[in-house]
Write a new protein. Structure first.
Length: 706
């Protein structure tokens, strides 16, 4: 395939990449009426090119697409906390910037971090420190300290010091030694800590003026001399003065035009989304039924217990009808004079407390009036994951109070030894579905985004509460994932770099597995999977998890024997096989922050560990990053130096504005290499289990009465 010529022909691909990466589904812009944050040409908060000290609202995500002669840039930015933001940038630069690569366009990947040291006060400015391109090839590498002060409601002033690339114009001093930009355009991916805040230091500054409610004007003195671009003959910026006009398009969208020194001109489009703020507050789910208070002394009537089986069957019939309206299912029920234990399957509500609340309301309106204690045992893929206990009188008395009150009355314990047998009419059960699919591939040397569009047939045969058969077959209608680049690895077996070969045949088996889920003991969960685990590997995998229902800590272990599949994705296998496995630790820090460490042997038989950090919002949005380092060297790993990336999960309920457990997940690796690669096993235990345990239930208890 011929590489696209320069950047002009690449703009549609970059826009497609940005939309597909951030949303993975049709774009859903937030309804929040607040203004978009001013994004510099680098796709991070700033003036024209230079940064300022302001940050986006907590949890806001944005992407920016900019174009100027010789350079197209797409930047994804997430406000990870009130003070910390992270960005990933993908740039297509005229190939003259790195002639050794031999491409007409040089594709550069870089990461940024910003931390707000000080909030703006009455007299003191906001103060932010930032690392630009701190783990990339170094093309945009620089650090800065920026201060911003609001002078009037319409005027703000910024001043700062830049280092590295941001200290290349008119430096006022030098701190230590630092190589030039083009001197380390190499493999990238390393944290060049010894270069941070070193080299030339130069001042920058500017003003931002809100001319009208929609139009903003920025003027800045830039400390970036664009030396690398000038040396490569791409363009030359002779004046340090840059200017831009930004127009608020509404719905957190912004259009900007800018000029660099009066010599070069460009345009930028920015979209933002506030995951914390749905388009319609509260959604559009139907309201739950009120709880009917029992008449006085009715709880003393135990006459129904003489016909307990008949009453139970009648209650099941009514519960089935009521739960069907709610989108829930009863998978087991036990009754005694004063207690009821219900097994609950929740295929609808992405908020687990909301599902528990709906189930408890229905039980209070249906079950005999002497029953005071409700035990609700939610199950996931046949696993009873916890036992949630509520008093009926508390439900009656607190239904018009805050959710905090009922949360204080709720008890969560382990379900082992307390779970009713599943209903006899549940198994066997066959389910299937046919739907379109979109598969994306990123960062091919010749093309930044590749995609397949087709149809996927899924099926599941549930043999019992413990055993099920799951599978999926895909058929590509259009696409070019199979045209992706493959390369020989002189150090490691091709456990992932042959990935594009698996998409050359239009039809194939995506997965076909026999799975077992079990509860071997208190606080313990087990999972066994056998068959065609994923597109590239078949084998057998076993996992065990220790997770108390009220603990923030979980520990697990998994081991798998896998063999590579044939490229046609049918039943054949190739010669390469490996035993891989990891020990894992998971920790919930609260406020939606989670950490996971996995240590063990990977697919290429390298040994090391993966650190994953993620933030999960109460409405199901997830943003996370991961990094893997093993015992292979940076040279053996190849470009990128080590495996890393980020991921995002969009809950479909946010888009549909009604309860739905569906999600759309996107994982972005700047490069897929063979080092640090893991096999993908469906239905890993921790993500199945933790939603109905105390830390997560407490985080989302506000939806109990919804």
């Amino acid at each position: 395939m011929v590489c696209p010529k320069r950047t002009r022909a690449l703009r549609p691909q970059l826009i497609l990449f940005a939309c597909a990466t951030v949303y993975g589904t049709p774009i859903a812009l937030a309804r929040d009426a607040s203004r978009p944050v001013d994004m510099s040409m680098m796709g991070t908060p700033g003036l024209v090119v230079m940064p300022d000290a302001r940050q986006a609202p907590d949890a806001r995500a944005s992407f920016s697409v900019s174009h100027m002669r010789g350079m197209d840039t797409t930047t994804l930015t997430f406000q990870a906390s009130k003070r910390l933001s992270a960005s990933f940038r993908y740039s297509g630069v005229d190939g003259a910037i790195n002639p050794d690569q031999g491409q007409s366009t040089y594709w550069d990947r870089s990461f940024d971090l910003r931390y707000k040291l000080l909030e703006e006060g009455r007299y003191l400015p906001a103060l932010t420190v930032g690392l630009q391109d701190f783990a990339g090839t170094g093309l945009f590498s620089g650090e800065y300290i920026a201060a911003t002060k609001t002078v009037t409601p319409r005027l703000a002033v910024t001043a700062g010091l830049g280092f590295g690339r941001l200290g290349s114009r008119n430096p006022i001093t030098t701190i230590g030694d630092r190589p030039g930009v083009t001197e380390f355009l190499g493999e990238g991916g390393m944290f060049a800590v010894d270069r941070w805040f070193k080299g030339d230091v130069a001042p920058f500054g500017g003003v931002s003026w809100q001319a009208t409610d929609k139009l903003k004007v920025n003027l800045e003195y830039s400390s970036d001399a664009y030396s690398a671009e000038k040396e490569a003959g791409i363009f030359a910026i002779n004046s340090p003065w840059n200017a831009s006009l930004e127009y608020d398009l509404g719905q957190l969208a912004q259009l900007g035009v800018y000029t660099l020194g009066g010599d070069e001109f460009g345009v930028q489009l920015t979209f933002g989304i506030d995951p914390k703020r749905p388009k319609i507050a509260g959604g559009r789910d139907e309201a739950p039924l009120p709880i009917l208070r029992r008449p006085a002394h009715s709880a003393e009537d135990l006459g129904w217990t003489t016909q307990q089986d008949e009453v139970r069957d009648a209650a099941l019939t009514v519960l089935d009808q009521a739960f069907e309206r709610e989108g829930l299912a009863v998978t087991g029920l036990e009754l005694s004079a004063h207690e009821a234990t219900l097994r609950l399957h929740n295929p609808r509500f992405d908020s687990e407390p909301q599902a528990i609340g709906r189930a408890a309301r229905t039980m209070a309106n249906v079950l005999p009036e002497s029953i005071e204690t409700f035990h609700i045992i939610p199950e996931v893929n046949g696993l009873p994951v916890s036992r949630i206990t509520l008093n009926r009188s508390d439900l009656e008395n607190l239904q018009h109070k805050s959710a905090r009150a009922i949360n204080g009355k709720m008890q969560v314990t382990d379900a082992v030894g307390a779970t009713p047998e599943p209903r006899a009419d549940l198994y066997p059960d066959w389910r299937w579905g046919l739907a379109p699919y979109l598969a994306l591939g990123y960062f091919d040397v010749e093309q930044p985004v590749r995609a397949d569009i087709g149809i996927r047939l899924r099926g599941e045969y549930r043999l019992s509460e413990h055993f099920r058969i799951q599978g999926a077959i895909t058929h590509r209608l259009i696409g070019d994932l199979g045209d992706g680049e493959t390369e020989e690895d002189p150090y490691l077996p091709a456990v992932r770099t042959d990935g594009s070969r698996y998409y050359r045949d239009p039809t194939g088996i995506q997965s076909l597995t026999l799975q077992y889920n079990g509860r071997p003991g208190k606080d313990l969960y087990s999972h066994l999977t056998f068959g065609y685990l994923e597109t590239m590997y078949a084998g057998i995998a076993a996992e065990v998890l220790w997770k108390p229902v009220d603990s923030r800590l979980a520990l697990g272990g998994e081991v798998a024997y896998v063999q590579q599949r044939d490229f046609d994705r049918m039943f054949g296998l190739r010669d390469y096989d490996v035993v891989t496995g990891h020990l894992s630790a998971y920790y919930d820090f609260g406020n939606g922050y989670h950490a996971q460490i996995d240590a063990g042997q990977y697919l290429a038989k390298d040994v090391g560990a993966t650190l994953t950090l993620q933030r999960e919002l109460n409405n199901g949005w997830i943003f996370g990053v991961f990094a893997t380092k093993t015992n292979i060297t940076s040279e053996e790993f190849g470009e990128g130096s080590f495996d890393k990336g980020f991921f995002m999960t969009l809950p479909l309920s946010y888009v549909m504005l009604e309860a739905d457990r569906g999600t759309n997940s996107t994982m972005i690796r700047p490069l897929q290499r063979n080092g640090g690669a893991r096999v993908t096993v469906p239905n890993r235990l921790y993500e199945q289990v933790r939603d109905y345990h105390r830390p997560t239930l407490d985080a989302e208890y506000g939806r109990f009465w919804r």
